[in-house]
Design a binder for this molecule. Structure first.
Ligand SMILES: Nc1nc2c(ncn2[C@@H]2O[C@H](COP(=O)(O)OP(=O)(O)O)[C@@H](O)[C@H]2O)c(=O)[nH]1
Ligand SMILES: [Mg+2]
Length: 230
């Protein structure tokens, strides 16, 4: 059961540039709005941004890159199992997150729960940067590994239409271990879980050429897990 939530819950989204943060958030809202179990979903702020991104997605061009300095908050409310839920999601430019500076820390400070997006690309730069970012994230969240955190963290592999991951937890180890064994730092997070999603269900251009509809796959799962654990 999902507890009654009085004040809006903040969910921060992490991930390097191009990992699919904006695509994920837009398609998450879309998916939630289409679920039978979710009622009265409303967008209190961020509607213009949502529609603008959706326009690019439906054109087959994908979301436009989030500009440095842009702070995109989508504030939604909905009812699930008769309980009212208000959530604010925070999306920033990946470059600012990668610098691991004040904006990165602000995103951690404000969050009640976190979506950490990972693209399991074999590219060495992306691999090292993503492991490094996770390390720094847990380090700050746990006050230099001195305290365990109760805040839930969902590690989400993106673009699964390309990568086809079946066991996200196993893939997390396979992908990160060659850089650093993150198990040592993950022990400081009491609630963490692993997912694999596809925001569009395929490559946008290919879907459009084949006349197929965009279909988000499993995007609601990490979100529902998070709000249950916040
Ligand atoms: N094939 C595929 N491409 C995706 C998916 N999600 C995002 N992309 C593409 O990845 C690129 C970066 O996405 P974006 O959401 O802007 O990433 P951000 O920088 O993290 O906000 C864009 O070209 C998207 O079209 C997905 O689920 N599947
Ligand atoms: Mg973006």
């Amino acid at each position: 059961m999902i507890p009654i939530m009085k004040k809006p819950r903040n969910i921060s989204v992490f991930g390097i540039r191009g990992v699919g943060k904006t695509a994920y958030l837009i398609m998450l809202i879309n998916k939630l709005s289409r679920m039978m179990a979710i009622h009265d979903i409303k967008i209190h702020s961020g509607l213009e941004y949502y529609m603008e991104m959706m326009r690019w997605i439906l054109k087959g061009e994908g979301p436009q890159p989030t500009k440095p300095g842009e702070r995109l908050i989508i504030h939604v409310s909905m009812r699930i199992n008769g309980k009212k839920l208000e959530v604010k999601t925070y999306d920033l430019a990946g470059g600012e997150i990668q610098r691991m500076g004040p904006t990165f820390r602000a995103l951690i400070d404000i969050g009640d729960g976190y979506l950490f997006l990972i693209e399991p690309s074999p590219d060495p730069d992306m691999r090292v940067t993503q492991v490094w970012l996770i390390y720094r994230f847990v380090e700050y969240l746990t006050q230099n590994f001195n305290k365990k955190t109760n805040k839930p963290v969902a590690f989400v592999f993106t673009k699964n239409d390309i990568y086809g991951i079946k066991d996200p937890q196993q893939e997390f180890l396979k992908y990160t271990n060659p850089v650093f064994n993150l198990i040592h730092v993950l022990r400081k997070i009491k609630k963490c879980a692993f997912f694999a999603v596809s925001s569009f269900g395929g490559d946008l251009e290919t879907l459009r050429m084949q006349g197929k509809e965009i279909q988000p796959i499993n995007v609601e799962r990490p979100f529902l897990w998070l709000i249950k654990n916040i």
